[in-house]
Design a protein around this ligand. Structure first.
Ligand code: WQD
Length: 323
């Protein structure tokens, strides 16, 4: 198979590109370079610079590189920004996917792996979130991912596309320092930034109904996210027409903010620092932890990297970037 990876020059995409290439798949990166970087594209992998809103450019890339499947990662992904700019998120994430599906059907490309998100669940009130837990997204970002899944299901039914929507939980870490996330939008890099500035890391609320009062999440190494894409790509290769899977990609293990901050302080050698508990951040669910059963059953995949691996590799990446 030959896979077009949209967003392949971004943080998650660059890891997926390497996992596919290492797994023996042919790969072409398609990226508008709005947040991606050419440095992340490995030697020998073609890069097509283009937007997912540009159907003609997508079809050209598919034809020029004899593409037989797409891994669609390109998207806007900041929850807060999506509340400020909902129309922009709907255009990039929903219209972008619809345009890609049009390009795929026009060129008879029949396999798609889609980056979805645990954000589709909103505030799930369950110990472990299964794929059958009701989806009640709390932001335009989460809505755009859920609508994306609906679009894909409809296209699978109508056009026979074989698809897998992967609902990522909290992605962290890096396979190499230069591949680390450059954004400071999530807990681990936000703690690094505070430490580097000489400030105490913040814990947004310690009065949740969780064992230590802080929010619990399912953190997953980006290398595991990448291997899940390879597993999904292989699963789709021989799947019957119209197959449309929805799969959680998490470890199935919860970690609290307090536990995470303590581990980060240990890895960075800053156990002298005392975290500062502040107000709750609006919109944060108390607990979001995956059931990883379906990923195991459907994809034969499970996570192999632990929290220290995520934090240590994220820290190496931070130091690489910030000197
Ligand atoms: C984790 C926990 C914070 C910073 C978001 C999106 C989700 C997905 C991943 C894209 C929360 C707490 C954070 C800090 C803190 N994104 N926190 N102090 O909110 O679980 O998920 O990113 O696909 O859709 O919603 O991730 O890393 O922002 O926060 O206490 O300085 O850490 O309140 O409980 P979140 P996060």
């Amino acid at each position: 198979m030959s896979w077009l990876v949209t967003g392949g020059a971004g943080y998650i995409g660059a890891h997926v590109v390497r996992a596919l290439a290492d797994g023996g798949e042919r790969v072409v990166v398609y990226d508008d370079l709005s947040t991606g970087s050419t440095d992340r594209v490995p030697d020998g992998v073609p890069l097509v610079v283009g937007s997912v809103l540009d159907r003609a450019a997508l079809e050209d890339a598919i034809r020029d590189h004899a593409v037989t499947g797409v891994v669609h990662i390109a998207a806007k992904k900041q929850v807060g920004e999506s509340v400020e700019l909902p129309l922009y998120y709907y255009r990039e994430n929903v219209t972008g996917l619809a345009t890609l599906l049009e390009a795929m059907t026009a060129t008879s490309v029949g396999r798609l792996v889609f980056s979805s998100s645990a954000a589709v669940y909103g505030m799930p009130d369950v110990e472990l979130v299964t794929e059958d837990t009701p989806c009640l997204p709390m932001s335009p970002y989460g809505e755009s991912k859920l609508i994306g899944e609906w679009l894909i299901n409809a296209a699978a039914r109508a056009h026979g596309i074989r698809a897998a929507s992967l609902r990522y939980f909290n992605v962290a870490g890096a396979a190499a320092p230069e591949l680390a996330d450059s954004g400071v939008f999530n807990l681990i890099p936000m703690v690094f930034e505070r430490l580097e500035a000489g400030d105490a890391p913040r814990v947004f609320g310690d009065d949740y109904a969780t064992p230590d009062g802080t929010c619990v999440r399912d953190y997953i190494h980006v290398k595991d996210i990448a291997s899940a894409h390879l597993a999904a790509a292989r699963r789709l290769t021989d799947a019957p027409e119209g197959t449309s899977l929805v799969v959680n990609i998490g470890r199935g293990e919860g970690s609290s903010v307090q536990e995470m901050v303590e581990r980060i302080l240990k890895v960075t050698g800053r156990q002298d620092v005392a975290p500062q508990v502040t107000e709750r951040r609006p919109g944060d669910p108390a607990r979001v932890v995956a059931s990883a059963d379906r990923a195991h059953e459907e994809l034969g995949w499970s996570a192999g990297h632990d929290l220290d691996d995520m934090i240590e590799s994220a820290w190496q990446g931070w130091r690489h970037r910030h000197g």
